[in-house]
Design a protein around this ligand. Structure first.
Ligand SMILES: [Zn+2]
Length: 320
């Protein structure tokens, strides 16, 4: 969800210095050219990712529509008002999404769930998320055969990969008054919605993180700047996509506690920290990115920190 201006000024990110472990020279078609044991993660902006082992393609919170905000001639606003329609940008979706087997939704806010229904209808991908995510997709006539509703705690096998669904909590927006901020962005989306949806239809509907086991790797995936420590404790991912814009600073020892709970992952990649796709992030946003990197270095000195660049694949080698 969009930050209040004060928090925005306090510092989002977007340094986009890419230091891939093994960078591909160019964007590949999804599902090709990976060696056994490699996994490829491609940043789609905001909290969005494409993750593949060359067999299955899993998307996380795809929100390509955000880039319309920064297109030439647009005003770079926060998007539509609460009562106005919020329509997925099919041109941007078609430009960046060609294949998907599954779509993981962390929560129902528009910067996470807006494009999922359109992408499911385009690719046939199965959407996994809370009932709210399912109902938002049903508004786009996504059939129940392509919806897997979860509540957190599931650990499902999909043959080519497995997925642990992790109960989670949303970023502490509005100086921790997230649940009583009067903005109407919590709660659940009902059945019976029909597209086009209004912005206010995209309520949170609860929050999830995921542990994706794929190609011999384990990837922790967060879509918010918060977590439940006991739900992360004991997981041993080699890759962690950590929600890490300045909202994390509301949380006690956010980075240190998380690194410890996860056993100091070999690779940390910040997510939801790109200043909402702003190609010209503020100095404060850039400074905050650096601060998060330092937090990781302090808490977990051996962890490799990779700042993602939009649409540039990051290939992680096979685990030894
Ligand atoms: Zn949100």
């Amino acid at each position: 969800m969009r930050l209040r201006p004060a928090l925005l000024a306090a510092g989002l990110l977007a340094c986009f210095v890419s230091r891939p472990v093994t960078a591909q020279p160019s964007k590949q078609a999804a599902g090709t050219a990976l060696k056994k044991g490699e996994i490829r993660l491609t940043y789609l902006g905001n909290a969005g990712w494409e993750i593949t082992d060359g067999t299955k393609v899993v998307l996380v919170d795809p929100f390509l529509t955000q880039f319309a905000r920064w297109a030439p001639g647009s005003k770079g606003t926060d998007g539509p008002a609460q009562n106005d329609p919020y329509v997925p940008d099919t041109a941007l979706i078609n430009a960046h999404v060609t294949k998907a087997d599954y779509i993981l939704i962390t929560h129902g806010h528009p910067d996470h769930a807006l494009d999922a229904g359109v992408i499911s209808n385009k690719t046939g991908a199965v959407i996994i998320g809370h009932e709210t995510a399912a109902n938002l997709a049903r508004a786009y006539d996504v059939p129940d055969a392509r919806l897997i509703t979860v509540i957190g705690g599931e650990d499902y096998d999909f043959d080519d990969f497995s997925l642990r669904v992790i109960p989670n909590i949303h970023s502490a927006l509005d100086d921790k008054h997230y649940y009583n901020n009067t903005r109407g962005i919590t709660g659940n989306a009902p059945r019976g919605l029909k597209a086009p949806l209004r912005r206010k239809d995209y309520v949170e509907g609860g929050n999830l993180a995921y542990l994706l086991r794929m190609g011999g790797h384990q990837v922790v995936i967060m879509g918010s700047m918060n977590y439940i420590e006991r739900e992360m404790e004991g997981l041993r991912p080699d890759i962690a996509l950590v929600g890490s814009n300045s909202q994390r600073l509301e949380v006690f020892e956010f980075t240190g506690r998380l690194m410890k709970a996860l056993g100091n992952p070999a690779v940390v990649i910040p997510t939801h920290a790109d200043a909402y796709g702003d190609p010209k992030p503020s100095a404060a946003a850039l400074a905050d990115r650096k601060k998060f990197q330092q937090e990781v270095a302090t808490a977990s000195p051996k962890t490799r920190f990779i700042s993602p660049t939009w649409f540039e694949p990051i290939v992680i080698p096979a685990r030894r």
